[in-house]
Write a protein of this length. Structure first.
Length: 194
């Protein structure tokens, strides 16, 4: 009878150790994913700051050519200031960065009307640098959103959700930038062929 109790006690102890190891593993996984989300956001933030730092040079390069586009240049200058002052979290930055991207797209579209500007080497270099930065922002955004997805899945999955609630882990926000042009409803004219 004593050996039966010893066996049951041994099983309970082993079960307790296994449960403790599972809790430690889940906690460490949550911490790791939270740190990856912070790292991912830092990558986006660095690229957005680099883009904001290029904007004054771009404005200076186009100012002489685009005298009639003063309103657009002023809008971009204001948006840059808002981008620089924006909170560092994804939710606060999404809207303003989307507006900045849309304004830069408009600027390059308007630049098509100025052949001398399109041939200016400084403008071309800035345009290329901004294009490369946009690619880097997209890569950083994909990494960030992937780590957010992994964290949010773990936070919502059982039994990790119990541990996440207990230790204050919260779901992170995705970083989705919408351009005003993408939100606009396309206008279709079916009368054009008549």
């Amino acid at each position: 009878m004593m050996s039966g109790l010893g066996l049951v006690f041994g099983i309970i102890v082993l079960g307790g150790i296994a449960a403790l190891l599972a809790v430690i593993f889940l906690y460490n996984k949550l911490v790791s994913l939270r740190q990856r989300v912070l790292e991912g956001w830092s990558g986006i933030d660095v690229q957005l700051k680099r883009r904001s730092n290029l904007v004054p040079n771009l404005i200076a390069a186009v100012k002489g050519y685009m005298a009639h586009e003063k309103g657009l240049l002023e809008d971009i200058t204001k948006l840059r200031a808002q981008c620089v002052e924006a909170d560092t979290g994804p939710k606060d930055r999404q809207a303003i960065e989307g507006e900045m991207s849309t304004a830069l797209i408009r600027l390059f579209a308007v630049a098509e009307n100025y052949p001398d500007l399109k041939a200016d080497s400084t403008f071309l270099e800035l345009q290329q640098a901004l294009g490369e930065l946009e690619d880097q922002i997209q890569m950083a955004r994909r990494y960030y959103n992937g780590t957010v997805r992994n964290l949010n899945i773990l936070i919502e999955s059982f039994p990790a959700n119990l541990l996440a609630q207990r230790f204050g882990f919260v779901a992170a926000d995705y970083y989705e930038v919408e351009h005003a042009a993408e939100r606009a409803v396309p206008q279709v004219d079916f009368k054009g062929g008549e």
